[in-house]
Design a protein around this ligand. Structure first.
Ligand SMILES: [Zn+2]
Length: 385
């Protein structure tokens, strides 16, 4: 799994800023122990308290105390005893109680609608909602986000651990959307607004950063070096390098959509012209192929793949990344598009240690941002990352 080097949630940020002292308090120790045990139990076979003591190095008394605490919080549950135990009292096994709590996730990356889902603690989607965007921007778009989140929260009877949001644009580590021209948001403290309106911890991150985390947590990505290119309302990339999410000093790492690829005066949402996003954002790409015959569509998508490949090739080479996943509408990310991107990358990069950069579709399909939003909440609230 990848590590998030900065917290993206309101509560986590507050905790961090309030903990300048290096003194470790008992509550912090308990929290660390809870996180340690949950990490060992998450997505693994049920374990006994003795198993957990051996695996974590904690004493059996401490493990018993922490397991009792986790049972009280309904974060773990007992699932009987291990079969085949012959001597002494059989050890009771515990596992994460995945169904006990819900996570609410929003994907704001789509061109025509906001999508949302309720997931279990394992990231499984149990309920979906969507609201059409109707080209709303600014406060109107924000009102839609709040409406969608409220619908999702009221749809579940389980306690909600937190709300995760993947949005286009540049987002600070504190969940402030600094600039999202496609949604008309500038310096919008989305995490704060959602926390205030909904009363649950809110985690807001860039959509591509969110999706790349999902690809490594729930999908098939190489977490030590993975670039996920998101083609939706805009174009951006989330990058994991040496298992860390790259943010950059201003949180703009992966903003490949605004690299200029042409001297043509095609306007971009950022106010400049000729940006990659002006040609490859889903609405722009769809407009390029609208009304074309099938062979023309294939040619246009091949050209688009080449345009993308030329931009991502130097990034993969500079960072030493070999695994590139594309996430976007299935009707646009065709085999022609994928092949052209792959060939453009191969044409401009070298292979190292017999390894070439591989361009593939995201293993999570169109739910990548939703799953990533869940991963952010799990990391921020339960320390699972
Ligand atoms: Zn631009």
């Amino acid at each position: 799994m990848a590590r998030i080097t900065t917290s993206t949630g309101r509560r986590a940020t507050q905790t961090r800023t309030g903990a300048e002292s290096t003194k470790v308090l008992p509550a912090d120790v308990r929290h660390l122990h809870r996180t340690l045990l949950l990490t060992h139990l998450y997505k693994s076979d049920p374990k006994s308290r003795a198993d957990l003591a051996r695996a974590t190095g904690l004493t059996r008394v401490t493990v018993s105390d922490v397991v009792t605490d986790l049972l009280d919080r309904s974060l773990v549950r007992e699932v009987g005893t291990r079969p085949g135990t012959r001597v002494g009292k059989p050890a009771t096994l515990v596992t994460v109680d995945y169904e006990s709590h819900a996570i609410v996730c929003l994907d704001l990356s789509r061109e025509t609608e906001f999508r949302g889902a309720v997931t279990t603690l394992s990231g499984d989607i149990i309920h979906r909602e969507a609201l059409t965007l109707d080209e709303h921007k600014g406060d109107d778009a924000l009102a839609k986000v709040i409406t969608l989140a409220k619908k999702l929260i009221t749809s579940t009877t389980s306690p909600v651990v937190g709300l995760g949001v993947g949005t286009p644009g540049i987002v600070s580590a504190e969940g402030v959307v600094r600039n999202a021209p496609n949604l008309g948001w500038r310096d919008l403290n989305l995490a704060e607004v959602l926390h205030r309106e909904l009363g649950v911890p809110a985690y807001v991150a860039n959509d591509a950063d969110t999706a790349v985390l999902a690809e490594s947590t729930f999908g098939a990505g190489d977490a030590t070096g993975l670039m996920l290119v998101q083609i939706g309302h805009g174009v951006g990339a989330g990058i994991l390098c040496d298992s860390h999410l790259l943010r950059g000093p201003e949180g703009t790492a992966g903003e490949i959509g605004h690299v200029r690829i042409s001297d043509d005066n095609v306007p971009c949402s950022c106010g400049r012209t000729g940006c990659l996003e002006a040609y490859l954002a889903a609405p722009k790409l769809r407009a390029r192929i609208e009304g074309c015959a099938p062979d023309q569509v294939a040619r246009e998508l091949t050209t688009a793949g080449q345009q993308l490949g030329r931009i991502i090739a130097p990034v993969t080479q500079a960072l030493g990344i070999f695994d590139v996943a594309l996430l976007g509408p299935e009707d646009l990310l065709t085999q022609e598009f994928l092949t052209a991107t792959q060939e453009a990358v191969h044409a401009t990069t070298s292979h190292f240690m017999d390894r070439d950069v591989v361009i593939r579709l995201s293993a999570l399909g169109h739910d990548g941002v939703i799953h990533g939003a869940a991963a952010h909440v799990l990391a921020g609230e339960l320390g699972l990352s």
